[in-house]
Design a protein around this ligand. Structure first.
Ligand code: GTB
Length: 217
């Protein structure tokens, strides 16, 4: 049966591909799997029908043949497990690629999200500047280490993998922050990910949703 994912009816990022359904769309495009999208309003995301799929009332989710999954990392791993192209065939290489998936979500993304959240919720506080500097220092520490590891390689561990897919989408959250300016190899790494045809198809699909919602009013 066709895969169905959920996404924002009207993404607050205005189609910049920052919402997490982009990760699932990209993984499905890399795997060559067609999919349907169920678009949800913020209200619908908190209603029982969606809470039964995603206990926290968030997007994205994934459904196929009675299996319902939430959490982007788990969904990307599920797709990568079932289709070639996102994880190496050898056991050790596969384990290392999965380690990079966790590193993207557990080590690199948290301070990036903290910076965004502080921007939304604490910008008017007297101590905001100090807090921002502290969080940005933590982000730079992570970027220093990641940049050192990547060096002049194309991908994090051999060929492109689900680890790179998640890492690129996480790093893209820093677009416009200036924080990537000191890391030309990370900027080139993001550009390499974005140059993949599967990425373009995924990006265009999520942008089309936003454009349609905007023209509909
Ligand atoms: N850990 C979960 C996962 O990985 O699946 C986190 C899912 C999540 O944060 N979903 C967000 C959501 O549903 C959308 S992606 N939020 C609504 C809610 O919690 O009520 C996060 C996101 C949203 C918007 C932007 N943006 O506008 O730039 C970027 C990222």
């Amino acid at each position: 049966m066709t895969i169905t994912i959920t996404a924002f009816e009207k993404s607050p990022d205005r189609g910049r591909g920052q919402a997490r359904d982009m990760r699932i769309r990209w993984a499905l495009e890399e795997a060559g799997q067609p999919y349907d999208v169920r678009l949800l309003s913020f209200k619908a995301m908190k209603e029982p029908t969606h809470l039964a799929r995603q206990p926290f009332g968030q997007i994205p989710t994934y459904e196929q043949d009675g299996l319902i999954l939430f959490e982007t990392g788990a969904i990307v791993l599920h797709i990568a497990d079932r289709h070639p192209g996102l994880l190496p065939d050898d056991t050790d290489g596969r384990a290392r690629a999965i380690a990079w998936m966790f590193a993207a979500l557990n080590t690199i993304e948290p301070p990036i999200v903290e910076r965004e959240t502080a921007g939304y919720t604490e910008r008017d506080r007297s101590w905001y500047g100090e807090r921002l500097a502290m969080v940005e220092k933590r982000i730079r520490q992570r970027l220093d280490a990641l940049s050192r590891h990547l060096g002049d390689a194309d991908w994090l561990d051999g060929g492109f993998s689900a680890g790179d897919l998640l890492m690129v989408t996480v790093l893209r959250r820093l677009n416009g922050s200036g924080l990537l300016d000191d890391y030309p190899n990370l900027s080139a790494y993001i550009a390499r990910g974005e140059a993949r045809p599967a990425y373009s198809r995924a990006f265009d699909a999520q942008l089309a949703v936003f454009t349609a919602a905007s023209t509909a009013g």
